[in-house]
Write a protein that binds this ligand. Structure first.
Ligand code: AHR
Length: 735
């Protein structure tokens, strides 16, 4: 599957080795999950050795990648319901319709005229340069269609705001009404007078939806005789994330929050680069008063052919850099902004900037905006926007997915200037769009000689690639720059339903691969699935981590895999081997283990991609001399599905989801209460629950994993005894 221009796709397909091998492996995948309990296997005992040198897991290990693609921002997480609220789209009336006798569901005597008026004197304009001038005698009406319509929830309050100034007449009034997808009025407000002033004044009206509508539209009616100017016509749910006016969609931010991300990368992706440099993401245009931010065409508007093109895809920048930093803070995630390095997307114009100075200045000013004292110009702006305290920026990406010398030359200049001015900021460079090949190798060999803290690798590849690459980082240079696995997703089979691209099988293979990221946590310090969000009615790229429509959102199997790893991150990696080798595909099994040294919990991850269940024994050495198995609490997170192609949809959001089962001490207690069952092994879905025993100085955990399953066995040991026992033996390979 490929998503860019044909040329790009062909190149990618060749590089990614989509061939006979993949086809054979796909056939195997289709045979998965036959639940064959008697299959032969050779991997029976897996050793977890806490006496071996441990490496540290970065707190930023599992994060999120936000890009405004698939209507992720406007029409997505940015909760604005009105499209083209200030008439700034190239077609200033896009998304709007005038109400007339023949088309209005509210029958009144329409009589008026509309002129889109420009404040600007030159093209291209910056800021908000247009407004609507309306003359009326009787009634005048506008309808806004929203972003693929608007969602309303019964009982929920909505806040309409707009800037008006009266030019003629003194007693104009306004009414709001909501129609459903059949155009029938569902609820409306009484007419309310507009302030009789000829200076811009904010009008506000809060109304409550009396029915639930997935595909509604908003009608705005004016009554009276006179003339007015109208701008920034806006409608938000009152209950946004943290109830911030003009804020973010609560359900979507909650899903991000529940991932416990270690970092959030923003604002992209190719959106950083733009199709041309004029179209690039310029953070300074996204801060300050929302009404003054410059709306521009989204670079994904024209990237693909219909139905994936989106002529109405713009960036209002209501979600701008201030809001991204705030979101990072809310999520307790480290902010990782990526800045344009003086290059437009090389798959489009590939335009480069002759003068890099404004781009470098943007980077310096961004650091000041995030961290600077409030006496500095950009620190002052941050304070004025409501956040006097710094945002604690530590990481900064220079360029998104660039390649060849034009990138390396530019990166080098950025690096020397930024390192000098801000040695405290860790710079993130990139290895281009491919996971291997000439561009990739050139990037690594050139950047290795420079000083990026991290190099961003991207891989969109078939699921089998992820299985094959579970050992990718085992032999990486431990002394070179660290890796940021910044964009990845298994692209496998998909059906017509948008969400079907997020199959359980794709998630399973990502989980297998992620055990390799975790095992190499001294090299891989950050990773994120991509893209993050997608509107089912307006997507350009799939698979994606979270799908949504106007009212609902769903977690994909891939989301659950990210969440499972994030919730069992730990602080140190414990060596996990079978026959002295890391488990990276032997018998179709993948495993890794971490210890959280602050809580004393151990997280054993086991991924079984075969079509057979597996009975296995973990032998845990070096932690438990004093830990009695009977005092250990166990929790089994089990993530499996009925079929490899199973996926969650808006219609069936909970089809594929993890289950959580307790074992160990808590279950023994329960079993004591029911004496008659005490000799029967406890079962779940026909599989025995894990059993813990002490064998000499070691701890033994017997488990049975179903076919096609991701498991995390969480053991809560006695922290004092468990953590410090081998502390002196611990050699840290990375700080
Ligand atoms: O995630 C979608 C796109 O994939 C990103 O914008 C780009 O960085 C990559 O090619």
């Amino acid at each position: 599957m490929c998503f860019k221009s044909q040329k790009h796709c062909n190149r990618k397909a060749i590089k990614r080795g989509v061939g006979l091998l993949s086809a054979l492996l796909l056939t195997t995948a289709a045979r998965l999950f036959s639940q064959n309990m008697t299959a032969q296997q050779s991997t029976k005992t897996i050793t977890i050795d806490a006496r071996a040198p441990r490496i540290q897991v970065s707190p930023t290990m599992w994060g999120i990648f936000f890009e405004d693609i698939n209507f992720a921002a406007d029409g997505g997480i940015y909760a604005e319901l009105i499209k083209n609220r200030s008439f700034e789209f190239d077609d200033p009336f896009m998304g709007w319709r005038r109400l007339e006798q023949k088309n209005s569901p509210i029958k009144v005597d329409f009589n008026g005229k509309l002129l889109i008026t420009s404040r600007g004197t030159s093209q291209p304009h910056t800021g908000n340069h247009r407004y609507a001038h309306i003359d009326l005698s009787g009634y005048f009406g506008l309808e806004n269609e929203g972003f693929r319509a608007m969602g309303f929830k019964s009982g929920e309050p909505y806040r309409f705001t707009a800037a008006f100034r009266l030019k003629k007449g003194t007693s104009l009034a306004i009414q709001l009404a909501v129609v459903n997808d059949s155009g029938i009025v569902q609820f409306k407000t009484p007419y309310k007078p507009l302030a009789a002033t000829d200076t811009w004044t904010t009008f506000e009206e809060v109304f409550t939806a009396t029915s639930t509508i997935n595909k509604g539209k908003l009608l705005i009616l004016f009554k009276g005789s006179g003339a007015l100017d109208a701008d920034m016509l806006s409608l938000f749910p009152v209950h946004t994330w943290k109830n911030r006016p003009g804020g973010l969609r609560k359900d979507l931010v909650q899903k991000l929050y529940d991932l416990h991300p270690g970092f959030i990368r923003f604002p992209g992706g190719c959106i950083v680069e733009g199709r041309t440099l004029v179209n690039r993401y310029q953070w300074k245009n996204t801060v300050g008063p929302v009404a003054e931010r410059t709306t521009i065409a989204n670079r994904w508007q024209t990237e693909f052919k219909a139905p994936r093109n989106a002529p109405d895809y713009y960036q209002s920048y209501g979600l701008g850099f201030y809001e991204y930093f705030l979101l990072a803070e809310d999520l307790h995630a480290a902010p990782l902004p990526i800045l344009n390095c003086g290059m437009a997307c090389q798959y489009n114009s590939g335009e480069v900037a002759a003068d890099l100075e404004p781009y470098i200045q943007d980077a310096l000013d961004l650091i000041e905006f995030a961290n600077g004292d409030t006496s500095t110009p950009y620190g002052h702006l941050r304070a004025k926007m409501g956040h006097p305290k710094p945002f604690h920026l530590k990481y900064l990406g220079i360029g998104n997915e660039q390649w060849e010398s034009q990138y390396f030359d530019r990166y080098k200049i950025f690096e020397s200037r930024l390192k000098l001015a801000h040695p405290e900021i860790q710079l993130v460079s990139g290895s281009g769009p491919y996971n291997s090949g000439k561009w990739f190798d050139d990037a690594w060999s050139t950047l290795r000689k420079l000083h990026p803290s991290l190099i961003d690798e991207h891989y969109y590849a078939p699921p089998e690639w992820f299985l094959d690459q579970a050992g990718r980082y085992d032999d990486y240079d431990r002394k070179g720059p660290k890796v940021f696995a910044g964009e990845y997703a298994a692209h496998g089979k998909s059906g017509k339903a948008p969400e079907s691209a997020n199959s359980f099988y794709s998630a399973l293979t990502e989980a297998a691969f992620m055990t390799g990221l975790e095992r190499n946590a001294d090299v891989v310090r950050m990773s994120s699935y991509a893209p993050l969000l997608a509107n089912v009615n307006a997507w350009q790229w799939r698979p994606d981590l979270i799908w949504f429509d106007n009212l609902h959102s769903i977690a994909t199997p891939n989301y659950y895999v990210q969440q499972i790893f994030s919730l069992s991150k730990g602080t140190e990696v414990l060596a996990t081997t079978s026959a002295k080798a890391p488990l990276k595909g032997q018998d179709s099994l993948y495993a890794s283990t971490t210890l959280d040294s602050t809580t004393g919990k151990i997280y054993i991850k086991l991924v079984n991609v075969s079509n057979s269940s597996r009975a296995l024994t973990f032998r845990i050495k070096g932690l438990t001399t004093h830990s009695k198995s009977s005092s250990i609490l166990g929790k089994w997170t089990l993530f499996t599905a009925d079929s490899p192609q199973a996926y969650n949809s808006l219609q069936q959001p909970g089809l594929v989801r993890p289950v959580y089962l307790n074992f160990g001490q808590s279950n023994l207690m329960k079993r004591k209460q029911s004496q008659k069952d005490k000799n029967k092994p406890e079962q779940f879905l026909g599989y025995p629950l894990p059993l813990i025993n002490n064998i000499g100085d070691d701890l033994q955990l017997k488990v049975t994993t179903p076919a096609g399953a991701v498991s995390v066995f969480e053991l809560s040991l006695n922290p004092q005894k468990a953590i410090h026992r081998h502390i002196n033996n611990t050699r840290q390979r990375h700080n």
